[in-house]
Design a protein around this ligand. Sequence first.
Ligand SMILES: Nc1ncnc2c1ncn2[C@@H]1O[C@H](COP(=O)(O)OP(=O)(O)OP(=O)(O)O)[C@@H](O)[C@H]1O
Ligand SMILES: [Mg+2]
Length: 237
Amino acid sequence: MTLLETTGLTLGYHGQAVVRGLHLSVDEGEIVALLGANGAGKTTTLLGLSGLVAAMSGDVLLDGRSLASVAPDERVRRGLAHVPEDRALFADLTVLENLQLGQHSRRRSVDDALDRCPELRPLLSRRAGLLSGGEQQMLAMARALAGKPRLLLVDEMSLGLAPLIVQRLLDMLDELAHASGCAVLLVEQHVQQALAVADRGYVLNRGEIALHGTVPVLRERSAQLEATYLGESVGGH
Ligand SMILES: Nc1ncnc2c1ncn2[C@@H]1O[C@H](COP(=O)(O)OP(=O)(O)OP(=O)(O)O)[C@@H](O)[C@H]1O
Ligand SMILES: [Mg+2]
């Protein structure tokens, strides 16, 4: 079932469009990768879905219903959770306090989130600012999960993290989507890592979708995929 859909969504800043005419969709239980080079418009797209950047034209539909006039906090209540690029944790608060501050987190759902991220249990009373980068990313993810999202938007979670912890986080998303039915829209610059867990993907090039399809289709067209990265290697990492 289609959970989220954008219809010709155009987003930008100060009247200047940076993402144009976006048509994308995410189904329940599926991981969709949103790929593209620096500045392609990935973060802007997620901000548009969360309602933090207003649409210049086009619309965002959740369950087929327009979110045009729905404020960011109400979008969260309807099941959208956003793990932003900078993680947005409260450095001076403890891990537990950060989890409890997640919108609509109940004790039970904090517990459920910790079941998915058991590494955080021994760290509950530690200040978030003292966690390692990987632990902070896991906390950001757990805080989003504590809101029991139906759609998780994840921006560049692998930035600056060691491959092992990235794999751990990807496995978590894999289970969240494919076993628990949550929809995930995953922004990544590391193409291979994203495609290893994703079902489908969209490649943004300068604010427009240059390529989209299932993961096997994207792999088949890796030459074109590579070209949209203007020389960035998609072979390794
Ligand atoms: N607040 C802002 N005001 C004006 N322009 C912005 C703002 N935020 C982003 N932009 C511009 O919008 C374009 C898309 O930026 P965006 O952050 O969405 O790209 P991205 O694909 O997430 O890049 P990266 O991979 O580097 O995170 C860029 O040209 C950027 O300079
Ligand atoms: Mg970005």
